[in-house]
Design a protein around this ligand. Structure first.
Ligand code: GRF
Length: 204
């Protein structure tokens, strides 16, 4: 499968994926000048910036995205810091082949600032989630989650660092597994070739 990674931030998950040896065919950012684009360049991955401000409507933005994806023959998409919601044309077109990474144990703390909100509320556990993308916001069938403890002694940066480490471990494994057909979306159910437990809990 030819994969695109959609970015918009520091690109640490893109880096983790590339450093795991996984081939990425295209990187698209909704922001210019972000570190994620430099990560793509360092690894000789073609990159495109598609700025939202050039498009009056979301459907037009999505059409621009779709044509870039088609030009590269992209078959599957991994979201990693792309802060734009995709419309239903896009989510339907790539159904079962578009995944998102989120820094909480969904359905807790969807949306922005998930790490800060969990920290501020004093949760004892949070974590990271990978899910298939549907029409909703940070919804869609969960594929894998990895729990992360918030220790009493943690600063926000300690906690954030542990969550990011979990992301970098989990996301490349899940993407490789989807690519290899070990995990599939069948209807609304995630079907695992190797047994549900190990996947659901992020133990590999
Ligand atoms: C990650 O925390 C991911 O969970 C969220 O956006 C962040 C992207 O970070 N969706 P990076 O750009 O990969 O470093």
């Amino acid at each position: 499968m030819k994969w695109a990674v959609l970015v918009g931030g520091t690109g640490s998950n893109l880096r983790a994926l590339l450093e795991s040896g996984f081939p990425v065919s295209l990187v698209i950012s909704h922001r210019s000048g972000v570190k994620a684009l430099a990560v793509a360049q360092q690894h000789n991955v073609p990159e495109r910036v598609i700025l939202p401000k050039g498009y009056a409507e979301r459907a037009q933005y999505d059409a621009a995205l779709a044509s870039a994806l088609e030009a590269f023959g992209i078959e599957a998409i991994a979201m990693a810091g792309f802060l734009r919601w995709l419309g239903s044309d896009m989510t339907r077109r790539y159904r079962g082949a578009i995944v998102n990474l989120h820094p909480s144990l969904l359905p807790a703390y969807p949306g922005l600032h998930a790490i800060e909100r969990a920290f501020d509320e004093g949760v004892l556990w949070s974590g990271v989630s990978v899910h298939f993308v549907d029409e909703g916001h940070d919804t869609g069938p969960l594929i894998a989650q990895m729990p992360v403890a918030r220790l009493v002694s943690d600063t926000l940066e300690d906690f954030r660092g542990r969550i990011q480490t979990a992301e970098h471990q989990l996301y490349p494994r899940v993407i490789a597994a989807i690519d290899g057909g070990e995990v599939q979306l069948v209807g609304n159910r995630v079907v695992y070739e190797k047994g549900e437990q190990e996947w659901m809990h992020g133990h590999f």
